[in-house]
Ligand binder design. Sequence first.
Ligand code: GLU
Length: 340
Amino acid sequence: MRRTALTAPLDLNEVVIVKRGRFAPTPSGYMHIGNARTALLSWLQIRSADGQFVLRIEDIDKPRSKPHYARQAIEDLRWLGIDWDEGPDVGGQYAPYIQSEREFFYEAALRKLNDQGVLYPCYCSRAELQAIASAPHGLSAEGPAYPGLCRHLTEEQRSVREAVKQPSLRFAMPDVAITFVDEAAGEQSFPPGAGGDFVVKRADGIISYQLAVVVDDHAMGITDVLRGWDLIDSTPRQLLLYKALGMKPPRFAHVPLLLGPDGTRLAKRHGAVSLASIRERGIAPELVIGAMAAWSGLHDRAEPISAAELIPRFHMNLVPRNPVVVDEAALRMLGADVAP
Ligand code: GLU
């Protein structure tokens, strides 16, 4: 009798790795439709692939973060019909999902980076850095780049400065160009040292976003990071941190920002942008989802639709590659007080 090969050799290319994505808001204000639309796209990317979605609260900058904004963000997301498999309110195997409770992990990563000699203490004050930034040619496209003043101090110079000032810790950018393929925006290339040596721990002891996000995305098994275009400059830095920590980076997708009718980044001044104010006006979540889907190439017109109904429609190729202008009619529909 012929036997069929029930135990064919395992083809590693066919092993399906479950996609894991996350939404990681900083609770420093009310969530607005710009952040909510990033959450929606990230959730759709994962749900359309039968993956697992994580909510993580990025309150590492404690003075800027407020617990009530985190609670409000959780309520707003649920109201929109966005759910998660792991998060601060539901737990999960990679808990805690709140950065202020994860310092232990960041300190361990800092020690690892320090052992490799890729960090150095920086004694520059904010005022000194500001003066450099406002000098002619002091600004790069990524904002003021640190000019490396403290990078080559001798031990003696360091101890003199240490006596009067607590340093921050900076990551020394290697002299290599960084390229990566962005799932939404295509191939990206950054020149060596883009943005300058960046802070991983501030002088006041606060761990930087760059380090915390890398440590957490890796520790939580995130395979796909989808976030706003405003964070694309952070990606080369984060790729370098992954490399220095010996960790495999996730795939990245940076989606274009929403602009107001005047062409500037959608903000409070355009009205009707916070989820809290939209909810207060009694507007249905399906209307908000419909508008966000229309701005994201997933829906023809801004007609009401639920988040779940969008799952089968999601495809990264549909998401526009350029910033999307939200017109006054759309803002009025969300309850803004914009003259017709
Ligand atoms: N916490 C960041 C923010 O709210 C997002 C971080 C990320 O998605 O990498 O802007």
